[in-house]
Design a protein around this ligand. Structure first.
Ligand SMILES: CC(C)(COP(=O)(O)OP(=O)(O)OC[C@H]1O[C@@H](n2cnc3c(N)ncnc32)[C@H](O)[C@@H]1OP(=O)(O)O)[C@@H](O)C(=O)NCCC(=O)NCCS
Length: 177
C-alpha cells in the first residue's frame, strides 16, 4: 500500500534489493538505447566498493563530475522491498532545463499502477520545501501518461509543450509551500 511507502537514503544494507530492482527494470521496461546503457552502467557501478561514497558525494555536492549537479537519491521502500527510486537535482543546468528538470523517478515494473510514484513525489516535494525551495521544474515525454499524471496529481501546472530531440515534451512547474 502506498501509505506504507518510506523514502530511504541508499544503503549497503539494501544493495541486493537495489540490484534486483535495476535488473528487473532493465529487463521489463521498454527503454531507449541511451537509458538501457545508463541502467547497464549503473548496475556495474553499484557493485563497486566506492558506489555509496559516490552517492554520498553527489548528495553533498562534492567531487562532482563536470556538468553534474548536486543530487539526492532516495529509494522508495515498502516492507523491505525497493519499489521505486526518485532523485532531486538541487540545481538546474541548461541541459536539465531541457530534459530531466529537478526531479526524476521510476517505479519497478511489477509495482506500477499502485500509486507509488505519486506518493514518492509527494514525499520528496515535502523534503524539498523544507530545504527552502519555492518551486521545482519537471519534464516528461508527452506520451508518458503515467508520468505526467503523477506530476499533475502533485500540483504540477504545465508551463509549455516543446519538442526536445524530436520528441514532444511537457514542462511542469510545481509551487512549494
Ligand atoms: C512513470 C511511473 C514512475 C509511474 O509510476 P506508477 O507508480 O505506476 O504511478 P502511479 O501508480 O502513482 O500512477 C500515477 C497515475 O498514472 C496512471 N497510470 C499508471 N500506469 C498507467 C498506464 N500504464 N497507463 C495509463 N495511466 C497509468 C495511474 O492510474 C495514476 O493516475 P490516476 O490516479 O488518475 O489513475 C512508471 O510508469 C515508470 O517507472 N515509468 C518508467 C520510468 C519513467 O518514465 N519515469 C518518468 C520519467 S519523466
Amino acid at each position: 500500500m502506498k501509505q506504507n511507502l518510506k523514502l530511504v537514503l541508499p544503503s549497503k544494507k539494501y544493495l541486493k534489493e537495489w540490484l534486483t530492482f535495476q535488473r528487473e527494470t532493465l529487463k521489463k521496461l521498454p527503454l531507449n538505447d541511451l537509458d538501457r546503457i545508463g541502467y547497464e552502467k549503473h548496475i556495474i557501478s553499484s557493485q563497486k566498493p566506492l558506489y555509496f561514497k559516490w552517492l554520498r558525494d553527489d548528495r553533498l555536492g562534492i567531487n562532482l563530475e563536470k556538468g553534474m549537479v548536486q543530487q539526492t537519491i532516495w529509494w522508495g521502500m515498502v516492507g523491505g522491498k525497493i519499489v521505486g527510486r526518485i532523485s532531486f537535482r538541487h540545481k538546474l543546468t541548461p541541459t536539465l532545463r531541457k530534459h530531466g528538470g529537478n526531479i526524476g523517478y521510476a517505479v519497478r515494473p511489477t509495482q506500477q499502477g499502485k500509486g507509488y510514484a505519486t506518493e514518492m513525489l509527494r514525499l520528496v516535494l515535502k523534503k524539498v520545501a523544507k530545504l527552502g525551495y519555492k518551486k521545482v521544474l519537471l519534464t516528461c515525454d508527452d506520451s508518458n501518461i503515467p508520468s505526467w499524471k503523477t506530476i499533475e496529481k502533485n500540483g504540477g501546472k504545465i508551463v509549455k509543450k516543446e519538442k526536445v530531440d524530436g520528441e514532444l515534451s511537457r514542462f511542469y512547474s510545481i509551487k512549494l509551500r
